[in-house]
Design a protein around this ligand. Sequence first.
Ligand SMILES: *Cc1c(COP(=O)(O)O)cnc(C)c1O
Length: 390
Amino acid sequence: MPFDSKVSMIPLCEPSIGDREREYVNECLNTGWVSSVGEFVTRFEKDFAARLNVPESVAVSSGTAALHLALLAVGVKPDEEVIISTMTFIAPANAIRYVGACPVFIDADDKHWQMDFQLVRRFLEEECDRRNDGVWNRVTGRKVSAILPVHILGHPVDMDVIMEIAEEFNLKVVEDSTESLGASVRSKPTGTIGHVGCFSFNGNKLLTTGGGGMVVSKVPGIAKLVRDLSTQAKEPGGEYIHSQVGYNYRLTNVQAALGCAQLEQIDDFLLRKKQVASSYRSAFAGSCSIRMLDEAPWANSAHWLTTILVGNDCDSSVSRALIQKAAECRIMLRPLWQPMHLSPAHTAFSRGPLPVADRLYAQGVSLPSSVNIDNKQVERVIDLILKVVS
Ligand SMILES: *Cc1c(COP(=O)(O)O)cnc(C)c1O
């Protein structure tokens, strides 16, 4: 296919910014309240908590900061272990390392591509010892203190099972819901089922504030602790007294203004994501060279990023050739993340083989899924993929 400069570029996932965003940001600029205190921060937290039906939410500077504070708030200590999906963007694995803890990587399940809870259970039952003071990894000698399920690509992990396991083994649960705002597990919103949930408002997420994040929790005390840690643990009042080492992780009022405007449109955004996903799904249903994630009967996906699998086994040549071909036609496709058990950043904790994640990594190709992609563009993506892959 020859390069045609008249054809528009189709990005992977870009934000939708409209008049309401401009209005709120202007309001911020006009009042001078641009920093980490202001009406929009309070309102964004309140509206977000109401949307998810939780008592409180705390706005922070990124999804990664949210995960870092969440792990601190549930009490994960240095040298403890945290069970986490291997098939994920790197942020939650890094957050585990920030608190000095050690990730235990768990493979994905073949159908929904999420953390395989059977493998979580098998790790705890077969590789750990249960003592009065908790669960200990027999091989490393470390205490296992938490599970960090990551709901990838908008589809949830089965949190009901994860919570059962957590209760049985007395573990804390931090949900990474950064890709699944709007998804639910048997009608319960992701991020509100574990002890604490984390969201991201990075530019490619469902809602964006440019950069930002949110922590929610129903457990008494956790939101307050997160808020404390996010503001240098400064005690209330005019004096500069800090109860412990904290962080400068607050969201600014300008960012929150964007967030308020975006949150008003969340249902429209979710609807469009679902339409885009179902256009792709029906277009590829007849192709035996393209496979897709199965939406679980107990799940409601947020359809954040539609992803297909092409090629065989751990051969990545078909997926990478497709990405290359699409780039020549000004369509941005992306591979899935290198699984964490293979990441040079986390070699000290490599585990394996984790064959499902390896296969997803080799075969996965994410498709343009912006809320403002139009139907013609979706058709262009579909035509190209069918032409190249078939
Ligand atoms: C986007 C994302 C995050 C958080 O990212 P920030 O850019 O720090 O907001 C965390 N985990 C996953 C799985 C993500 O996709």
